[in-house]
Design a protein around this ligand. Structure first.
Ligand code: TPP
Ligand code: MG
Length: 916
């Protein structure tokens, strides 16, 4: 900016004038608004035009920036609108030449469309209700095919493979392409949604668990694909910045639905992508204007709405609204009336135009203005009804994808307008029922066949055969050649990683020793293990600590300085605590992913890091440490997806235990997160009481996940209560890992009556106190067991029962817990800081009588002592449970129980915490 006294030079070429603006012969955004007497506007436009010609768009942007600042100083708030007119971002005259063979690509796409449709129709004809989707892929075929033929990089590409999050319920189209590529057999296609058939089948949606060589990313729970894609792209950058992977030009693509963008996860992290300038990330939103029940925004415009949101978040937005049939009309639209009309019609109108005739479109869309009617005079009704939307025009889509992969400094979102159920005609195109359309009758099939020119006769149509052109046909040759050029087929999941041994015995030794007088929490032990692992020669660089803004709560702040917090741009400021030893250090090669307050984002990072073995051939080990209450409860669906994707790593539920995290009350005190992990089969869950337990479990986890390469991950609950930790007792290793071991036997080995006490986590302290009370006060011998994992014991017992059911002639297997308790006791009391349902999992495998104590009910902001009495997991209540059971068995007198109650103020009418 030179200053305010800019002269207005005469442009070298004819510039915009108010006259030619007004008669429409020059481009002018104020078209139709500027009045000839408004000479000042003319002068401003002249100036701008001059700057544009001499300085280009950059110069114009700079000028507008300074003008805005100046206006703001004068108190004039003139925010630039975040939306652009409802037209393509890339104008026709800036479109690159299309490098492919349009005709052959059209034929390929048509065949894929047919096979995708046939797959669903056949499956539902054979078995009503098996499901599948036709209309989603029908709307997105061009988007995918342009990707497959021109952009998606496969594993053999010099840049390495792109990572593609395919819209889940478009899977039939992805299978249909893999069929043409010769990667899937006709039997597999026939067995869509029948994975259990002997010849093998195809999973409904992208599930790496079910198709581990094919699908990479589970996407079908709406919203999870987009958020995982963002963190995947960021993690790729993290690996590059930390020199764990070379810098390449590969991209992360996320294909999602417009309806899907209503999910908070879908848009919740786009700010991070903008902030981090993730130009390796491309979102393609299939804006078919419909979701399952009806329009996404019948009364508005989803494309415009998304444009605002993404642009506001710092994204490069490319709208692909209109196909090339509209180019001519737009070029003739000298008064901007067509663009205005395009902007006026709402999505509900556009959906209607899809199902109506050309005459209707003429009357209702163009009929609003005689000038618009004149514009389409030369077009027949049929031509009008066939005017394509941008997302169905390969050249427009190609232009957008090319611009996206070439764009630097920002992530790109492509908003492509399409028609849901494209090509289904009366059977569903643009109809509200289209999402659920799974069957077509013969005449609908014939219509589809004819529209896409599939060589299947009328007679054959009823059987709806799959179609594959001969191997030497131009289509097949083209497909092969294109994919070879791009580095092989996609999607492909490849695991090519070297097994890695856990650190040796010496590493762990200190954790097997007593803490002496030092009172520490299991969280502190964990932080020590983590800090030590970060220094390990083999593992150090592979550890990925992830925290959602709670590092200080967990005492992890020393790591800030030790390994730094990852920031793609380093640290641009001097941290306020720079003088201190443990200052807040951000660095481009920082190792900690300090995610801020987003458990969903952190979990997405966890998934990206925990699957690097399959995406980058790297054994990265995520340790995601969070407030346990805000884990499985809040982000359970991502945990489920982590299981599906065969993620590895350690989820560390800190400040765990309903009564152990005292003071925080109902919303923070977690008494159920381990229960919520029960559904995930490959998630190993442990509740830690002592430091050596934690060390053994982490060591074994590293072995199982990274040496044996089991597809499992871990959830460990760790607490904030400080106490001394004993030396590891002899011979407990196997028990710790299998879920139970005898921690402290009753002193009198033979005494009767006899009880077992189960403790876990910090409730072990109450249990040990109860052991003492029982023995000293009531002469009851109690053996204390540490139960590290009810889930492990339970799944082992179920497996034994199942084996015995299926192998009645073999010697029966005995569950591990039953073996451990074989000596028998009169009563077993299990005390947990979680719901009673957790110990109850093993109830039927424990010999003798069993009583669960747990923390069912809402928490309170109270002291640990008060909370443990309230939830009845304190020592007096553990004793109470044991005595009352023994009394019922006649092994002690009821008076003994009554005296105990009196002494400890336990009353029979105490309110149940479950309902209070
Ligand atoms: C979290 C979640 N909720 C609901 C569904 C069920 N569902 C599957 S597809 C769909 C509609 C999708 O609409 P849109 O995102 O616009 O995709 P389109 O099929 O139109 O491309 C719904 C609700 C789901 N898969 N995930
Ligand atoms: Mg949709």
């Amino acid at each position: 900016m030179k200053g305010p006294n800019m002269s207005v030079p005469t442009p070298a070429e004819p510039a915009m004038t108010l006259e030619n603006i007004h008669d429409g012969s020059a481009y002018n955004p104020y078209r139709g608004l500027a009045q000839p007497e408004d000479i000042e506007i003319q002068e401003w436009i002249d100036s701008l035009e001059y700057e544009y010609r001499h300085g280009g768009p950059e110069r114009v942007r700079e000028l507008m920036h300074w003008l805005q600042i100046h206006a703001q100083k004068r108190g004039v708030s003139a925010p630039f609108p975040l939306t652009t007119p409802y037209v393509n971002t890339i104008p026709a005259d800036r479109q690159p030449a299309f490098p492919g063979n349009r005709e052959v690509e059209r034929r390929i796409k048509s065949i894929i469309r047919w096979n995708a449709m046939a797959m669903v129709v056949r499956a539902n004809r054979a078995e009503d209700g098996i499901g599948g989707h036709i209309s989603t892929y029908a709307s997105s075929a061009t988007l995918f095919e342009i990707g497959f033929n021109h952009f998606f990089k496969g594993p053999e590409h010099p840049d390495g493979a792109d990572q593609i999050f395919f819209q889940g319920h478009a899977s039939p189209g992805i299978y249909a392409r893999a069929f043409l590529e010769g990667r899937l057999s006709i039997e597999q296609l026939r067995n869509f949604r029948h994975e259990l058939r002997p010849e093998g089948g195809l999973s409904s949606y992208p599930h790496p668990w079910l198709m581990p060589n094919f699908w990479q990313f589970p996407t079908v729970s709406m919203g999870l694909g987009p958020i995982m894609a963002i963190y995947q792209a960021r993690f790729n950058r993290y690996l590059e910045n930390r020199q764990l992977k070379p810098q390449t030009d590969s991209h992360v693509w996320a294909f999602l639905g417009d309806g899907e963008t209503d999910e908070p996860e879908a848009l919740g992290a786009i700010g991070l992508a903008g902030r981090e300038k993730l130009d390796n990330l491309i979102f393609v939103v299939n804006c078919n204007l419909q979701r399952l029940d009806g329009p996404v925004r019948g009364n508005g415009k989803i494309i415009q709405e998304l444009e605002t949101i993404f642009r506001g978040a710092g994204w490069n937005v490319i709208k692909v609204v209109w196909g090339n049939d509209w180019d001519f009309l737009l070029s003739e639209d000298t008064h901007g009336k067509l663009v205005k009309r395009m902007g006026e019609a709402v999505d509900g109108d556009y959906q209607k135009y899809t199902v109506e005739s050309g005459a209707y479109i003429r009357q209702h869309f163009f009929g609003s203005d005689p000038e618009l009617l004149k514009l389409v005079d030369h077009l027949s009704d049929e031509q009008l009804s066939k005017m394509r939307r941008g997302g169905h025009d390969p050249e427009k889509v190609y232009a957008a994808f090319k611009a996206a992969v070439e764009h630097k400094g920002q992530p790109t979102v492509i908003l492509a307008k399409t028609i849901k159920g494209y090509g289904l005609g009366e059977a569903g195109e643009g109809r509200n029922i289209t999402h659920q359309q799974k069957k077509l009758n013969d005449s609908e099939l014939m219509h589809f066949r004819t529209r896409f020119g599939i060589p299947i006769s009328d007679e054959a149509i009823a059987a709806t055969p799959f179609y594959k052109p001969p191997q030497d046909s131009p289509e097949m040759v083209y497909i092969k050649e294109r994919r070879e050029k791009l580095g092989g087929p996609m999607p492909q999941r490849r695991v090519e990683v070297q097994p890695l041994e856990p650190p040796k015995k010496e590493f762990w030794q200190e954790f097997f020793e007593s803490s002496g007088d030092r009172e520490v929490s299991t969280t502190m032990v964990f932080v020590r293990i983590l800090a030590k692992l970060l220094k390990d020669d083999n593992w150090g660089k592979l550890v990925v600590p992830i925290v959602p803004d709670e590092a200080r709560t967990f005492g992890m702040e020393a790591l800030f300085r030790q390994v730094g917090i990852y920031s793609s741009i380093g640290q641009l400021y001097e941290p306020v605590d720079r003088a201190s030893l443990l200052y807040y250090k951000e660095a481009a090669d920082g190792q900690i992913l300090e995610e801020g307050i987003t458990e969903a984002g952190s979990m997405s990072s966890f998934v990206a890091a925990g699957t690097a073995y399959a995406t980058h051939g790297l054994n990265t080990v995520p340790f995601f440490t969070f407030y346990s209450m805000f884990g499985p409860q809040r982000i359970g669906d991502l945990v489920w997806a982590a299981g599906d994707i065969r993620c590895k790593g350690f989820m560390m539920g800190a400040t765990a235990g309903r009564t152990t995290l005292n003071g925080e009350g109902l919303q923070h005190e977690d008494g159920h997160s381990p229960v919520l992990t029960l559904p995930v089969p490959n998630l190993m869950v442990y509740d830690i009481a002592f430091g050596y337990e934690l060390a053994l479990i982490i060591r074994d986890g590293l072995r199982r996940m990274y040496q044996e390469q089991e597809d499992i991950f871990y959830y460990l609950t760790i607490q904030n209560e400080n106490y001394t930790h004993p030396e590891m007792p002899k011979g407990v290793e196997a028990g710790v890992l299998k879920g139970i071991y005898l921690y402290k036997k009753a002193e009198d080995k033979k005494a009767r009556p006899r009880v077992n006490l189960f403790g876990s986590g910090s409730i072990m302290l109450s249990v040990l106190e109860a052991q003492k009370l029982l023995s000293e006060k009531y002469g009851v011998a109690a053996d204390v067991y540490s139960v590290t994992s009810y889930k492990t014991l339970y799944t082992d017992a179920l497996a034994c029962e199942r084996y015995n059911m299926l192998n009645p002639t073999e010697p029966p297997r005995v569950p591990f817990i039953t073996q451990v308790l074989k000596d028998g006791a009169d009563v077993t009391v299990a005390a947990s800081d979680y719901m009673k349902t957790l110990p109850d999992l093993v109830r039927s495998y424990v010999p003798g009588e069993f009583h669960s104590l747990g923390t069912d009910g809402y928490g309170r902001s109270e002291s640990r002592t008060a909370l443990r009495d309230f939830f009845e997991v304190s020592a007096p209540f553990i004793v109470q449970a044991a005595l009352s059971k023994l009394a019922l068995q006649g092994k002690i007198k009821t008076e003994v129980v009554a005296a105990h109650m009196k002494e400890f103020n336990i009353t029979g009418d105490k309110r149940d915490p479950w309902v209070s």
